[in-house]
Design a protein around this ligand. Sequence first.
Ligand code: NAI
Ligand code: OAA
Length: 332
Amino acid sequence: MAKETVRVLVTGAAGQIGYALVPMIARGVMLGPDQPVILHMLDIPPAAEALNGVKMELVDAAFPLLKGVVATTDVVEACTGVNIAVMVGGFPRKEGMERKDVMSKNVSIYRSQASALEKHAAANCKVLVVANPANTNALILKEFAPSIPEKNITCLTRLDHNRALGQISERLNVQVSDVKNVIIWGNHSSTQYPDVNHATVKTPSGEKSVRELIKDDEWLNAEFITTVQQRGAAIIKARKLSSALSAASSACDHIRDWVLGTPEGTWVSMGVYSDGSYNVPAGLIYSFPVTCQNGEWKIVQGLHIDEFSRKKLDLTADELSEEKALAYSCLS
Ligand SMILES: NC(=O)C1=CN([C@@H]2O[C@H](COP(=O)(O)OP(=O)(O)OC[C@H]3O[C@@H](n4cnc5c(N)ncnc54)[C@H](O)[C@@H]3O)[C@@H](O)[C@H]2O)C=CC1
Ligand SMILES: O=C([O-])CC(=O)C(=O)O
């Protein structure tokens, strides 16, 4: 039997991530090759003409799974009936800025869009915030949409997770698909902690730990971590624009695994509302290792956290607490 059509909202759809993301969704990369979709695309009036151009290209591409396109600058029309909301709209940082430098502009957008989603989205709508500062925008969205269950509001750290997999695979000269269970803890910022202590690689002689194979703790505890933390800035330096295709692809990975489930024995990183696991303060949107089943994520429990890691988990939590305070000061 054909599946019921799913409505997917992409905000900031005329921007560069939007341009990479909407064709992926229309091709089934996000929700599967048998899932029909209707795309809702929102942008602001100065981008209306460009947004219409994206809509024209979607029509021209004749995607079999694409059952309709709503392209609008009206937030209510954009949010009405959506099952999945990917929040990309906002102001990206430029070279030399930290992600929190775009705070005041973006938190006020997320506050107003929270209300529209709360009132008009489908019940049980799943929300992924991509726009920076991603964790804090998601927290603001959660606080100003109290009737959306907190488990439905997440932010993107899958790009950082995928970057960590990529660095390990390059270093070991193995397929990226054979590396798994890295963890991104904390903020989608330069304080995030990419942790390989539980990561493994599939080898012809079975699964081996990444530390055992790399045999270079100095590299793993320093250069590897800063490379992943600074990758966004490195892309901006190289492209003069922030990452787009990798962000779009990772957003698809995030939603796909959330909706369709993570493979047995594999976890992924998602920014989710902290329940105090691993002594991370409750009330922050913090990136944890999660597994997903039946459309629900669950934080992986019981992983050993050594002293080095503990400090890093706390440092990025402290930054998120500061961001939360700063966001509230921008709103008042
Ligand atoms: N979490 C992550 O891993 C990543 C996050 N990002 C963030 O994603 C966001 C988007 O990046 P790009 O697509 O490169 O930026 P962009 O500037 O190309 O596109 C942003 C779009 O949002 C639109 N927009 C602005 N205000 C809006 C509003 N109130 N409602 C709807 N649309 C609005 C703009 O008109 C523009 O079309 C940025 O905040 C960027 O920093 C980027 C890469 C990775
Ligand atoms: O660095 C930026 O501003 C864009 C981003 O979030 C990333 O590439 O991780």
